[in-house]
Design a binder for this molecule. Structure first.
Ligand SMILES: *Cc1c(COP(=O)(O)O)cnc(C)c1O
Length: 376
C-alpha cells in the first residue's frame, strides 16, 4: 500500500468495502514499463480498471489504449485519447460497435476468425487488422488460451483473406495469459509469430506489427520477476527472431499498470468455526466473490490480506464473502493464515486490488451496493 493510501485510510476512514487507488502509482508503473520496453507502444488494457482519473492520467503520459467494447472506446475518447491511439482489441464485437468505433476514427481492430474478419470488412472498411494466435498460457494464474486465438495455419489463411477483403493486414497478436510469471512464455510466443511473418512475406503479405499482449504480473502473496526481466526477455527474443527488421511492437498491460496501485479496505463481519473442533476459523468479510473479487474463482488470484493484528500469532483460516451464496468463498485451499486476534468489526486490507476488481462488482446482489471507489 502506498503512503498516500495509508494516509487516506487513516484520516478519512471511508465506509467499507471500498477501493482506494493511488493514481500516482499508476503513472510510476507506466513509466517503469516504458523504461523496460522503450521500443514498444503501450496500449493500456482499459478493462483492468476503466476509471476516468486513470484514463486521464495515462492520456497525459502518452499512453495508448486497448478497448474491449465500444463503451471503453468512448471512455478513452472522453478522457482525451486520439482515436488513432485506440485499438479495439476484443476479437468478439457487435457489428454496431465496430461501425461506431470506425466512425469515431478508430483504425486498428483485432480478430481471430473468418466470421469476425467479414464483419470488420463490412463495418470498418480499410481498417488495419491484426490476427490473434493462440499460444501456450502455462505459467499464468489467469489463462486466456481456452477462449481466444487461432492456429498459426488459420492465421496465415485469414491474413491473406484480410487483404482480399480490402482490409490492411497489419500484424499479429497473442496473449500469454494474465498474471504470467514466466518471461520465457513471451519468447516462445514471439518465435511462433516470427515464423508466420516470414511465411506471409513469402506469400506477398508484409506485416508491420507484433502485439505482445499483456500478462505482466503483480506481486500478490508471492514474489514475481520485475518488469525489467520481462523487458530483457522480450527484446532478446525480438532481436533473435527479427534481427534488424524489428516490426512495430505493441504491449497491452492491464494488471501491471493498476494492480498494485489499489487497496480494498474491508470489514470483518464474522469470525467463527463451522465445527468447534475444527482448527480452521472462517473469516467472513464485507466483500466477496460478487463484490469484486471475481478473480478468486478457483483461488486463481491470491490477494495478500493485512490486518491490525499483523505480527501476532496466526492460525489457519478460510476466507469468504458476506452473501447468502455457497459460491461466495474466496480461499479454502490456499493455506491462508490470519492473526488469532482478528475479530468482528476489524478493518482489513486486500493488497494490490487495483486491477479487475471494481468492474467485477455485482449490482445489488443480496442488496449490497457496488464497490465504492476513491481515486486519489
Ligand atoms: C485482458 C487483456 C489484456 C490485459 O491483460 P493483463 O494480463 O491484465 O495485462 C491485454 N490484451 C487483451 C487482448 C486482453 O484481453
Amino acid at each position: 500500500m502506498t503512503p498516500k493510501i495509508a494516509r487516506f485510510l487513516a484520516e478519512q476512514r471511508p465506509a467499507t468495502p471500498c477501493l482506494v487507488l493511488d493514481v500516482d502509482r499508476v503513472a510510476e508503473n507506466f513509466r517503469a514499463l516504458r523504461a523496460a520496453l522503450p521500443l514498444a507502444r503501450i496500449y493500456y488494457a482499459v478493462k483492468a480498471n476503466p476509471a476516468p482519473p486513470i484514463l486521464a492520467r495515462l492520456v497525459g503520459l502518452g499512453s495508448r489504449f486497448d478497448a474491449a467494447g465500444i463503451e471503453e472506446v468512448e471512455a478513452c475518447l472522453a478522457a482525451g485519447a486520439a482515436p488513432e491511439a485506440i485499438s479495439f482489441g476484443n476479437t468478439i464485437k457487435k457489428a454496431t460497435a465496430i461501425a461506431r468505433a470506425h466512425r469515431a476514427g478508430v483504425t486498428l481492430f483485432a480478430f481471430d476468425s473468418a466470421e469476425e474478419l467479414e464483419k470488420l470488412a463490412r463495418h470498418a472498411p480499410g481498417a488495419k487488422v491484426y490476427c490473434r494466435i493462440v499460444v501456450e498460457n502455462a505459467g499464468a494464474d489467469w489463462p486466456l488460451s481456452g477462449k481466444f486465438g487461432t492456429t498459426v495455419e488459420r492465421a496465415h489463411a485469414l491474413m491473406l483473406q484480410a487483404g482480399a477483403l480490402g482490409l490492411d493486414p497489419y500484424g499479429l497478436s497473442f496473449h500469454v495469459g494474465s498474471q504470467q510469471t514466466e518471461p520465457a512464455s513471451y519468447e516462445a510466443a514471439i518465435g511462433r509469430v516470427a515464423m508466420l511473418f516470414t511465411d506471409l512475406r513469402e506469400a506477398g503479405v508484409n506485416l508491420r506489427m507484433v502485439n505482445l499482449g499483456g500478462g505482466f504480473p503483480v506481486r500478490y502473496r508471492e514474489e514475481v520477476p520485475g518488469i525489467d526481466t520481462f523487458g530483457h526477455a522480450i527484446m532478446a527474443a525480438m532481436t533473435r527472431h527479427f534481427g534488424n527488421a524489428l516490426p512495430e511492437m505493441i504491449v497491452e498491460p492491464g494488471r501491471y499498470v493498476v494492480g498494485d496501485a489499489g487497496v480494498v479496505s474491508a470489514e470483518v463481519v464474522l469470525v467463527s468455526r463451522r465445527d468447534p473442533a475444527d482448527p480452521v476459523r472462517w473469516v467472513y468479510l464485507d466483500i466477496g466473490r460478487f463484490g469484486g473479487l471475481a478473480e478468486t474463482e478457483g483461488e486463481a488470484i491470491r490477494y495478500r490480506i493485512t490486518t491490525p493484528h499483523d505480527g501476532g500469532p496466526t492460525g489457519p483460516v478460510a476466507v469468504a464473502g458476506p452473501t447468502c451464496d455457497g459460491a461466495d468463498v474466496m480461499y479454502q485451499r490456499s493455506n491462508y493464515r490470519l492473526p488469532t486476534a482478528l475479530a468482528c468489526g476489524d478493518r482489513v486490507e486486500l493488497q494490490a486490488t487495483g486491477a479487475y476488481v471494481s468492474t467485477y462488482a455485482s449490482q445489488r446482489f443480496n442488496g449490497f451496493a457496488p464497490l465504492a471507489e476513491h481515486y486519489i
